[in-house]
Design a protein around this ligand. Sequence first.
Ligand code: NDP
Length: 251
Amino acid sequence: MSGGRLDGKVALVTGASSGIGEATAKALSAAGAAVAIGARRAAKLEELAEQLEKAGGTALRLDLDVTDEQSAAAAVQRTVDELGRIDIVVNAAGLMLLGPLVDGNTEDWRRMMSTNVLGLMYVTHAAIPHLVEQGSGDVINISSVAGRTAKPGSGVYNASKWAVNAFSESLRQEVTSEGVRITLIEPGAVDTALNDQITDETAKAASKKSYDAMRTLHAEDVANAIVYTVTQPDHVAVNEILIRPTDQPTP
Ligand code: NDP
């Protein structure tokens, strides 16, 4: 592929086996970037890699469990070793295990915090020295509207996304003068498999009902926002994008 706005760039996308990560991998590839795609479900990644390559792109499949620091570090290292560099990191791996705090499921809490927060931090920790060393690059962290608000039934998910926002802003201040850009993407409801992972059946039904009641965003809408961000000139840093469905009045 040639003539794309991201020709010569290398992106690593976590959570690339589904939803926002998958759509972002496709969009970055269509714009000319070589894309390393990471997640736990190898068969899904295989399918995506075939699609990207068929369309003329370059794809590297990574067995990645972001909750495992060694796995995160190895994914970044393989990207650099096999694709030659790393310019764009999209932290899209995540879980939204909704449920009440009172008598809440603490295993859900551990899974969410270790994926949404520590996982994103591990991948970023491994990648950021490469970006600082080359004096350029983008880290795109997928937070949520839930990172700006809090509501009952969503407490630990809210906490995980508030943590992403704080981490991203602190990192932005640390590396922006090195030429590295940090962007927070905060979507409202997006039509993906996110609700399917919820273990609390009442919370799952309520969340699905609220999604069904509106014209949700598509994963491609969020991917477009990411492509917009990473194709800005070097002196322009898009720090934050809040993107809701038009039909979503509430947080
Ligand atoms: P999906 O369920 O469609 O995708 C989630 C992705 O995360 C999958 O590719 C999954 O891959 C990956 N993942 C989960 N755990 C791990 C892990 N331990 N290691 C590596 N990858 C993992 O949901 P979305 O695309 O919607 O979610 C992506 C992000 O967007 C999340 O952070 C979510 O909070 C955020 N978001 C989503 C919204 C929505 O309405 N959909 C709204 C706002 C934010 P695998 O299982 O193969 O490992």
